[in-house]
Design a protein around this ligand. Structure first.
Ligand code: NAD
Length: 479
């Protein structure tokens, strides 16, 4: 990591952090040193932000699609111009390394998502066009969007919420996770170099800010990504303000490896499908079902990667895995693996904290000879520990994969893509991947089923979800 990127990160921090003596210290996830002070704003600050956003929104919508798209492209340019400084800050605050599918990758995705949103055209949909009736469906801004995000991919997930919302003419009030406010506020500040005043406002504070944002009477739409428990509270709030909701909630994605698959050919992709961002990814593979005939080979191939993958401080370019972001998440991973061990599961590699690296590092862990019902299988670990479950009958594996009350993603792995496709459509999940897990594209809708939430993000569907539709109904061709 170059000194200039560190200096750029410091300059970004200086723009947004609370003054000396105020705010809350935010630690470096790897070293636990304080990296800056996040503002802790009040509910009154939030109310003021929502009022300002509401006042700015009509003029923003009136700019029209073409001009808003130009400004989104300018915001993407501004992010690109500040990418190294933002990646440095993100790496320290979140823990993810600069290298690999991590901090720089996340910044690249932010800019790519904004550019794609800028380019999508939403045309009126002609519903009826005959002698007597011409009816169209048009999409307009919802108003003020409340964007509430988690700490695992804090910048990219904020952009997923902000990009479509701004593109459709909404103003957005962003509440970053209290674990990762600095990098989000820094990115908003960079975007606000080019956006009109008050169409994009960050409010950093405690969980009460999230609660107020989702229940505020002047919020028209809530984009929420986080836990299922918080999602349920937001649904309750929406009974009051009738805000429309997009809820991207927790998952426990299953992968199924079919018989006849070559373990060596899929091992690397299987590993990254589970361990991307040190396992702290909503749509990561969190349980893997492997056919008995190749079970040991798959377990060994995964363990070989897990035991050698470079893990450590994210600013060291050699590392591709980092720490858990926070103590609570570390404790969950530790508890689930300890429970698996007590039940007699086989810890093939890992299974302990990597204390020599720092407080919150946990060795990449592969757990074999474990069954459904074990907490590591049934609960979302959200960390670097993958349970690998043996099966002998494909129908039974599908039933077990579908047996939990979540359904964000799933994957099927096979040498024969047709065999994989037949299984894929039987999985209960918003997305099912074949021979990969977790890959996203800004034009391909993403969202969960069951307790993983509802509503779609990305692409045309994503723009519609931050809009309100209106039917324009008039006389037909006869006049
Ligand atoms: P969380 O629910 O604890 O917090 C998410 C956000 O909600 C934070 O900004 C928090 O301050 C805010 N919040 C807290 N209480 C609130 C309330 N009452 N009303 C409104 N907002 C409130 O989740 P987390 O621990 O930050 O994130 C981890 C979870 O998020 C995991 O379960 C993970 O699977 C899920 N996740 C899902 C996706 C997805 O796309 N489906 C993506 C990333 C993470």
């Amino acid at each position: 990591m170059s000194e200039s990127a560190a200096a750029a990160a410091t300059a970004l921090l200086d723009r947004i952090q609370a003054p000396e003596g105020a705010g809350r210290d935010i630690p470096d996830a790897a070293t636990r040193e304080v990296i800056g002070r996040a503002p802790v704003q009040t509910v009154a600050d939030l109310d003021d932000a929502i009022a300002r956003a509401g006042a700015a929104q009509p003029a923003w919508e009136a700019l029209g699609h073409a001009r808003r798209s130009e400004l989104l492209l300018a915001a993407a340019d501004a992010i690109d111009a500040n990418a190294e400084g933002l990646a440095h800050l993100l790496s320290r605050e979140q823990g993810k390394p600069l290298n690999g599918p991590n901090a720089r990758f996340e910044l690249g995705a932010c800019s790519a998502w904004l550019r794609t949103n800028a380019g999508i055209v939403i045309e009126p949909e002609v519903l009826v066009d005959d002698e007597t009736l011409h009816a169209e469906l048009v999409y307009k801004a919802a108003g003020v969007v409340g964007a509430i995000g988690p700490w695992n991919w804090p910048l990219m997930i904020s952009i997923w919420q902000i990009g479509p919302s701004l593109r459709m003419g909404n103003a957005v009030v962003v509440k970053p996770s209290e674990y990762t406010p600095l990098s989000v506020l820094a990115m908003l500040s960079v975007m606000n170099e080019v956006l009109p005043a008050d169409v994009l406002i960050g409010v950093s504070g405690d969980r009460e800010i999230g609660a107020r944002l989702s229940s505020h009477p002047d919020i028209d739409k809530v984009m929420f990504t986080g836990s299922t428990a918080t999602g349920r509270k937001i649904i309750e709030s929406s009974a009051g303000n009738l805000a429309r909701l997009t809820l991207e909630l927790g998952g426990n994605d299953a992968g199924i490896v079919l018989p006849g698959t070559d373990p060596a050919a899929i091992a690397e992709d299987l590993f990254w499908g589970a361990f991307i961002n040190t396992g702290q990814t909503c749509a990561a593979m969190k349980r893997l079902y492997v056919h008995d005939s190749i079970y040991e080979e798959v377990v060994d191939a995964l363990a070989a990667i897990a035991s050698t993958v470079p893990i450590g401080n994210g600013l060291d370019e050699r590392n591709v895995l980092g720490p858990l972001q926070n103590r609570a998440q570390f404790d969950i991973v530790e508890r689930l693996v300890a429970d698996a061990r007590e039940r007699g599961a086989r810890i093939v590699t890992g299974g302990e904290a990597a204390t020599e690296l720092g407080e919150l590092f946990y060795r990449p862990t592969i757990v074999a000879d474990i069954e459904d019902g074990a907490a590591l299988v049934d609960e979302e670990q959200f960390g670097p520990a993958l349970p690998v479950i043996r099966y002998s009958d494909v129908d039974e594996a599908i039933a077990r994969a579908n047996g939990l009350d979540v359904g964000l993603g799933a994957s099927v792995w096979a040498s024969d893509p047709e065999a994989a496709r037949a299984v894929a459509t039987r999985m209960q999940s918003g997305t099912v991947w074949i021979n990969s897990h977790g890959g996203l594209h800004p034009m391909v809708p993403f969202g969960g089923v069951k307790s993983s939430g509802y509503g779609l993000e990305f692409g045309v569907e994503g723009l519609k979800s931050v809009a309100v539709s209106q039917v324009v109904s008039g006389p037909g061709r006869k006049g």
